[in-house]
Write a protein that binds this ligand. Structure first.
Ligand SMILES: *Cc1c(COP(=O)(O)O)cnc(C)c1O
Length: 416
């Protein structure tokens, strides 16, 4: 693949070479080497400043190095970092009370990464299916959506349809039924097809697929169908959650409370790996000692960091800011699209947005445009070929959004 490259400083090149030589090649980063972050900005090793329009896949919703969150981490790191769950500690209980009240569930199961939380939710769902719903052992099926992204473990890629993520990693985990996303009829048919449906796992907006926003009413109808067929509605809000889409959770746009809620990424403000699975007692109580766990899950640093990160979301009104500035951003992008045919579509909710570029999915154009954005001081990355996700930290201001729209238009005009 021949892709355009800006002239890199020798300093940047040296860091990139080290990663190439000593690191597994499991990513294809934009050639920018960052050394500092603050709020909506990051700086590269040559001191050049950029707007971060990826926000580490929506993990740094609260902005880079938020002083309150970093402060909570440093304080706890100097006091007690890890006890394992073999003992109690003075941070976990208060965090569990805080996070369950914050999201309105009886209980939380703390983990570290998004994929681990998805795995946890799938295990809880299956156990509930056998022990509460009464599905015969090993017969449970979980409905998932085409073009999903839920992480990288063997079970999760078992129900991915990204062939690059799956090829040569089989054999795969059985027990999943794949249906088209945003298709209520397909969901009802799948729920009807057997008595062995345990649950429905869904992203409220498909982020990695290119910020695919389902039709209004889809999530509410899907939740109602799950209730009708006694299946658990499992929302993967790892990317859409924590104020990103203009509500605390994306399911709140449709007043849906999931049976199982999966959180990750921004629950820590991006300073530390924290994930969580939330559910009410009727579901969560199927898990007994020894049946699931993690050495680092719910450690004191994670607990302190997550409380601070969630307080920042509330205290700084990040949901409201994302809702308001999302409209400003999409309005501006649509105006650019009306002047520049390179953008064929603008979509998103809150500050989770994408532009679709007028080229084939396997073209390098979206990559080249992102290189141009970078040259002009804005970092974004293509997802699925011709889509560019635009998701700045939620602490961005209206003035900054307008400046970024200027950068985006100037870069796009270079390709006319
Ligand atoms: C990023 C992501 C995950 C996986 O999270 P990791 O922390 O990378 O394991 C799962 N689901 C969704 C929707 C995500 O965006």
């Amino acid at each position: 693949m021949e892709q355009s490259h800006q002239a890199l400083s020798s300093k940047s090149e040296a860091f990139i070479e080290k990663e190439n030589k000593y690191g597994a090649h499991n990513y294809h980063p934009l050639p920018v080497v960052l050394e500092k972050g603050e709020g909506v900005y990051v700086w590269d090793v040559d001191g050049k400043k950029y707007y971060d329009f990826l926000s580490a896949y929506s993990a740094v919703n609260q902005g880079h190095c938020h002083p309150k969150i970093v402060g909570a981490m440093v304080k706890q790191a100097q006091t007690l970092t890890l006890t394992s769950r073999a003992f109690y500690n003075d941070q976990l209980g208060p965090y569990e009370e805080f996070v369950t009240e914050y999201f309105g569930f009886d209980k939380v199961l703390p983990m570290n990464t998004g994929a681990e939380a998805v795995e946890t939710a799938l295990k809880i769902c299956r156990k509930w299916a056998y022990e509460v719903k009464g599905i015969p052992e090993n017969q449970a099926q979980i409905i998932v959506c085409e073009n999903n992204f839920h992480g990288r473990t063997t079970t999760i890629i078992s129900f991915s349809n990204d062939e690059n993520a799956r090829k040569s990693f089989g054999p795969f985990t059985a027990g999943f039924i794949k249906i088209p996303y945003d298709d209520i009829e397909a969901l009802e048919n799948a729920l009807k097809s057997t008595n062995n449906i345990a649950g429905f796992l869904v992203e409220p907006i498909q982020g990695e697929a290119g910020v695919y926003v389902p039709a209004d009413g889809y999530l509410a109808k899907a939740k109602a169908l799950c209730e009708q067929y006694n299946a658990l509605f499992i929302a993967d809000e790892v990317q859409t959650g924590i104020a990103r889409t203009g509500k605390l959770l994306a399911v709140h746009h449709e007043n849906v409370q999931p049976d199982i809620l999966i959180l990750g990424k921004a629950i820590s403000g991006g300073v530390y790996p924290v994930s969580a699975v939330l559910a009410n007692n009727a579901v969560m109580n199927v898990i007994k000692p020894g049946q699931h766990g993690s050495t680092f899950g719910g450690n004191p640093v994670a607990a302190a960091v997550a409380i601070a990160a969630l307080e920042v979301v509330r205290d700084e009104n990040l949901s409201q800011n994302a809702a308001y500035l999302g409209v400003v951003l999409r309005t501006g992008l649509n105006e650019i699209a009306s002047r520049n045919p390179l953008i064929t579509l603008v979509r998103g909710k809150g500050l989770l947005n994408a532009i679709v570029i007028n080229c084939d999915e396997d073209s390098d154009l979206a990559w080249d445009i992102c290189m141009k954005f970078s040259e002009y001081g804005l970092l974004a990355k293509p997802t699925h070929g011709n889509k560019i996700r635009l998701a700045p930290p939620l602490v961005i201001t209206e003035t900054q959004i307008h400046e970024c729209l200027g950068i985006i238009e100037r870069a796009l005009n270079d390709f006319r």
